[in-house]
Each structure stands twice: as structure tokens, then as C-alpha cells.
Design a protein around this ligand. Structure first.
Ligand SMILES: *Cc1c(COP(=O)(O)O)cnc(C)c1O
Length: 376
């Protein structure tokens, strides 16, 4: 059996090696390393795939979030509501810009931000909501957009984990996650669902003015060459990374299907087990399974992870510490117990290997070993 990994980038590469190598070689031959044709091409390819008017490529997902908040003109002291159960980058850029992160709890089934908790957190200072489509499943965007309309707030979707995911509206129409709010952000970190071979990111919007402003911000706040009207940043997608993404984008839907197949295998093995809670499905989204994350009930998580390690099965905890209990983000507004669902999840979740090249033999081995340990 092939060695198990959380993500098997090498096996994936071998299946598309010719396309990738050709793309990289073309960039090197042209020496158009910065903002070369591959970047523009990727921008257009992704606009078409997502059905969104503007894609602004940038250096990584964290920058995408930061640039969005800069372009919206948010000011120090403005409050930005986001989930307490997410990767740190979401809150990090809020703090960096001297905005005030306001954390709210999540739904215990889907792990995504709870709309009622958003409502309860709104104050006159609230300016934006940043829902995170965690682990590959969209947050309840219709409710979130309704709250935003009522209170005149911006919505920035952190779509770093859910590129390719569809959101299904009440009327049956669909949109890609990340294209529903005012702005969507994504990351092309290698292990993400659409990953490049280094760092990369992009911002999406249907708003012409916002797109224009974000293109200025990512380019040193420059409107005319060497005339800087705003304080900006330097955030570009490398041409080589864009070429890799051009080769990978046509495979994205197949990759999502492969991830769903693996998830369905896990679901079937673990459903109805008294100690295991399979990831809840939000019916208005088709999960793209950036992670497959179980909740353990009455299982010694550390002992299970140690046992799996002894079987050469990797497993990870996303995320072990809620944002409000991270040392750098300790705040007198928050204390342990404030976000009980998030805190429970941090203590009980485990994420299993999931990627586009998992084989049935590997899935069988993983599920058997987990069940052996838990049923022993
Ligand atoms: C990966 C990720 C980011 C940051 O992306 P980078 O490209 O690593 O900067 C932000 N938010 C979430 C939810 C992520 O998973």
C-alpha cells in the first residue's frame, strides 16, 4: 500500500505532470516571471469558472483578506465579525489593520458561523462580517447576506478552504462559494483544494469599483505608474504559480468529486457509531471536503492519534485552540467558556487524510484501524 499522507501532492502531480511541466517551462522560456501572460490567463480562467466579474490574483490568502479590508476603507476601531473556529489568518489581518475582531460561535454540526450569533454580536460599530467556509462547506450565506442588508454591512467570504463549492439558494439557483458576498478571498497554498507549488491567492468580486480599488491596493497603492494615491501592499501571484494553476483548474471539479468519494467512504464506515460524529452537511452547499473532520465522543483523542501514528496513519487537529484563547489574541472581552461549541470542537475534533489520490485500500486501512482502536 502506498504511504499515507494527509495530502498526497506528489501522486497528484504525477497524473498531470506533462501539463504542469509545460506550463512552467513556458514561463521560464518567456522570462515573464512577474505579471506575465499566465497570470492574466489564470485570472480569466478563474473568472469564467467561478462566474464572477473580477478576479484579482495576489500573493496568498492572508493578503487577499487584508487587501479586501483595506480596499473597503475600514478604519481602526471598526468591528469585524468572524468565527471563533477558524485558521488564525482570518482574525490576524483584522488585528493587523487595527480593526476590532468580534468573534462568534459556530454550529456544532457544520462547524460554520452561526447566523443568530452574528445578529447578537452586531453593534453600531460593526462594519463587516467575514464568514469562513470551513473545511470545504459554505456558511449559511443567504442568512448572512440578509443580516448584512438589514445592517448595511460588508461581507467578505473567507473561501480559502472551499474553492469550487456551490451554494444552492432557496430558489434553486446556485453560485460558487466566494462570489456571494461583496468580496471573496481564496488561497492557493499547496494543500488547498486548488493548490499551486508555493504561495498564491486571489480575491473575487462582482463590484467594478471595489475591483479597481483592490487592483490599486495590491500594487503599492499605485494609480498611475509611480504615483501612489493610497498606502498599498506588494501582493502578486507569480507567473510560474499561475501557470501551475492554469494546468490544475480544469481538474478542480474532478478533484472535488474524488474528495467526496473519500468522504462518503468514511461516512459509511463511521455513521451511527456511538463514539463518532461524522461531519454535518449543510443542505444548501455541496461540500468539497478540504478536510474530513470527525467529532470524537468518549474517545481519548491523544491515544487515538498516537495509535494511528503507530500504524503510519497521519491525523491532524484543526484547530486545537479557539481564536479567543490564542495567546496573541487574549482580550479582556473574552474568557474561556464564551464560545462553548468552538471550545468543545477544539477538544474533540480529528481530521483524517483526505485528498484526490486516496485509494480504496488506503481508506479501508484507515477506517479499520480507527474502528479497531475505538471498539477495543
Ligand atoms: C489557508 C487559509 C488562509 C490563509 O491562506 P494563506 O495562503 O496560507 O495565506 C486563510 N483562511 C483560511 C480559512 C485558510 O484555510
Amino acid at each position: 500500500m502506498k504511504k499515507l499522507q494527509m495530502v498526497d501532492l506528489h501522486s497528484q502531480y504525477l497524473n498531470i505532470r506533462n501539463e504542469i511541466d509545460k506550463g512552467i517551462r513556458e514561463v521560464i522560456d518567456s522570462c515573464a516571471f512577474i505579471n506575465g501572460p499566465a497570470v492574466k490567463q489564470f485570472q480569466e480562467n478563474l473568472e469564467r469558472y467561478l462566474g464572477v466579474k473580477h478576479v484579482i490574483p495576489c500573493a496568498n490568502g492572508t493578503d487577499a483578506l487584508q487587501v479586501s479590508m483595506m480596499a473597503l476603507g475600514l478604519q481602526p476601531g471598526d468591528e469585524v465579525i468572524t468565527s471563533s473556529f477558524t485558521f488564525i489568518a482570518t482574525a490576524e489581518v483584522i488585528a493587523l489593520l487595527r480593526l476590532t475582531p468580534v468573534l462568534v460561535d459556530v454550529d456544532p454540526g457544520t462547524y460554520n458561523i452561526d447566523p443568530q450569533a452574528i445578529r447578537n454580536a452586531i453593534t453600531p460599530k460593526t462594519k463587516a462580517i467575514v464568514p469562513v467556509h470551513l473545511f470545504g462547506q459554505a456558511a449559511p450565506m443567504e442568512e448572512i447576506m440578509e443580516i448584512a442588508r438589514e445592517h448595511n454591512l460588508y461581507v467578505i467570504e473567507d473561501n480559502c478552504q472551499a474553492i469550487g463549492c456551490d451554494y444552492i439558494f432557496d430558489d434553486g439557483t446556485t453560485k460558487k462559494a466566494g462570489t456571494i458576498g461583496h468580496i471573496g478571498c481564496t488561497s492557493f497554498f499547496p494543500s488547498k483544494n486548488l493548490g499551486c507549488y508555493g504561495d498564491g491567492g486571489a480575491i473575487f468580486t462582482n463590484d467594478d469599483e471595489l475591483a479597481k480599488q483592490m487592483r490599486v491596493v495590491v500594487n503599492h497603492g499605485m494609480t498611475v505608474r509611480y504615483y501612489h494615491d493610497y498606502v498599498g501592499v506588494n501582493s502578486r501571484l507569480d507567473s510560474i504559480q499561475a501557470a501551475i494553476l492554469n494546468a490544475k483548474l480544469p481538474h478542480l471539479d474532478h478533484y472535488a468529486a474524488r474528495r467526496r468519494e473519500a468522504a462518503a467512504f468514511y461516512d459509511e464506515a463511521f455513521a451511527n457509531h456511538p463514539n463518532l460524529k461524522i461531519p454535518g452537511r449543510y443542505p444548501k452547499s455541496n461540500h468539497v471536503f478540504h478536510q474530513y473532520t470527525l467529532v470524537l465522543e468518549g474517545v481519548d483523542r491523544k491515544a487515538l492519534i498516537d495509535y494511528l501514528a503507530s500504524c503510519e496513519i497521519p491525523a491532524m487537529i484543526y484547530y486545537p485552540v479557539p481564536l479567543h484563547l490564542q495567546k496573541a489574541y487574549l482580550d479582556p472581552r473574552y474568557k474561556p467558556g464564551d464560545f462553548p461549541v468552538t471550545e468543545y470542537l477544539c477538544h474533540h475534533v480529528i481530521s483524517l487524510p483526505i485528498h484526490t489520490e486516496l485509494e480504496e485500500e488506503q481508506l479501508l486501512y484507515i477506517t479499520h484501524n480507527i474502528l479497531d482502536f475505538i471498539n477495543q
